[in-house]
Design a protein around this ligand. Structure first.
Ligand code: HEC
Length: 100
């Protein structure tokens, strides 16, 4: 019993660290994918260079702001409020990298 408790404690202690280690790609696949993979509701589709080019030209600051605060049909943080600002920005980086 003691061993099981110790194991559970280790898993719980390591969770905040694994959450911090979430990559942009993981955030994208968890939260942004449903709209951005298929261009739902006018979302710029991942890989669609023509749709992304003018957005990228506005600068990363604007793209981060849109993703963090919402834009048009997109809710703030893609509707996933538990994401940290850093995780949202990492997902934007991933999407831009894939769509250049
Ligand atoms: C509910 C659907 C939906 C989800 C989920 C969603 N988006 Fe969007 N996203 C949109 C739509 C629609 C637009 C186009 C908004 C516009 O230009 O009016 C958009 C636009 C964007 C843009 C371009 C903003 C700009 O200034 O041109 C970025 C960057 C972006 N999304 C990032 C993300 C990230 C990162 C996530 C996940 C954390 C995410 N989105 C989740 C619908 C979504």
């Amino acid at each position: 019993m003691k061993r099981i408790l110790a194991g559970a404690a280790i898993v719980m202690l390591s969770m905040p660290f694994s959450a911090l280690a979430t990559t942009g790609e993981e955030v994208y696949k968890q939260t942004c994918f449903p709209c951005h993979n298929f261009g739902i509701a006018g979302a710029p589709q991942l890989d669609d260079k023509d749709d992304w080019a003018p957005r990228i030209a506005n600068g990363m600051g604007d793209l981060y702001e849109s993703a963090l605060n919402g834009k048009g049909a997109m809710p703030a943080k893609g509707g996933n409020r538990v994401l940290s600002d850093e995780e949202v920005k990492a997902a934007v980086d991933y999407m831009v990298e894939k769509s250049k």
